[in-house]
Design a protein around this ligand. Structure first.
Ligand code: PGA
Length: 261
């Protein structure tokens, strides 16, 4: 596959926002209306769990899809406060973020992440697996960090399922309010190569693995989308802060759509 050959995927991670349901409904309605003309881009909204059902209603009968931000690692135990893959399926959730650095920071391990990937795939929900280094050191240790995260997180995932997983490259130093800067095109492209090579290696693929790869970390304007997709060879972006209003999110979709083949 040539890179960028597929439609572009723009995933909007609202995190613990917005504060009120009415605001969530407003963003969802505006996104539904605004994306109509951007037919080559798949938009996925990932609201907090409590807003999934009302947001689902707002985006019904549109091309906007629903995503979760997390999921339990099993469906079998009594787990206070957790949400299972089956429960997400009932809400028509099609994608689910797994292993975001903000969750890894609270102790989520690659092995738990692997169990989550497995549980989601079994329920036909596409996992969006986040990987990313906290620092870019000069010796290139960060490449080993990405590779190790990927290898361990894919434990137990078989060859016929692995290419369904979307991988999001999210350098921790580029995420959120404290971000140093956005990643440069060549930095993003380097990781895309490492991700594809690692998967190829692990599974003995003779062709380039078909996984969609996204870039996330301070994507805030159309230029950032262009950097990720054109220079970085990404299949789309995972966006946090700029996804919290249609006014900032729609120009990103517009840019992605312009670049989609
Ligand atoms: P940001 O967050 O766009 O606000 O940097 C990205 C993310 O955490 O996925």
């Amino acid at each position: 596959m040539e890179k960028n050959e597929k439609n572009i995927l723009m995933v909007f991670n609202w995190k613990m926002n917005p504060g009120r349901l009415s605001e969530a409904e407003t963003i969802a309605s505006e996104m539904k209306k605004g994306i109509v003309k951007y037919s080559k881009t798949q938009v996925v909204l990932c609201p907090p769990f409590v807003h999934l059902a009302p947001v689902a209603k707002k985006i019904a009968k549109s091309r906007v899809l629903l995503g979760g931000q997390n999921v339990a690692w099993t469906e079998k135990e009594s787990l206070t406060g957790e949400i299972s893959p089956a429960q997400l399926t009932d809400l028509d959730v099609k994608y689910c973020i797994v292993g975001h650095s903000e969750r890894r920071a609270y102790g989520e391990t690659n092995i738990v992440i692997a169990q989550k990937l497995y549980g989601l795939l079994k329920r036909n929900i596409i996992p969006i697996l986040c990987v990313g280094e906290s620092v870019r050191d000069e010796k290139g240790e960060y490449l080993k960090v990405i590779e190790a995260e990927l290898r361990e997180s894919l434990t137990g995932i078989t060859k016929n399922f692995v290419e369904k997983i979307v991988i999001a490259y999210e350098p921790i130093w580029a995420i959120g309010k404290n971000s140093v800067r956005t990643a440069r095109a060549e930095e993003i492209e380097e990781i895309a190569i490492v991700i594809r090579r690692t998967i190829s290696d692990m599974y003995g693929f003779k062709k380039v693995p078909q996984n969609s790869i996204l870039y996330g970390g301070s994507v805030g304007n159309p230029k950032d989308v262009e950097t990720a997709i054109v220079g970085g060879g990404m299949n789309g972006c995972l966006v946090g802060r700029a996804s919290l209003s249609a006014k900032t999110a729609l120009p990103l979709v517009e840019a992605a759509n312009r670049l989609a083949r």
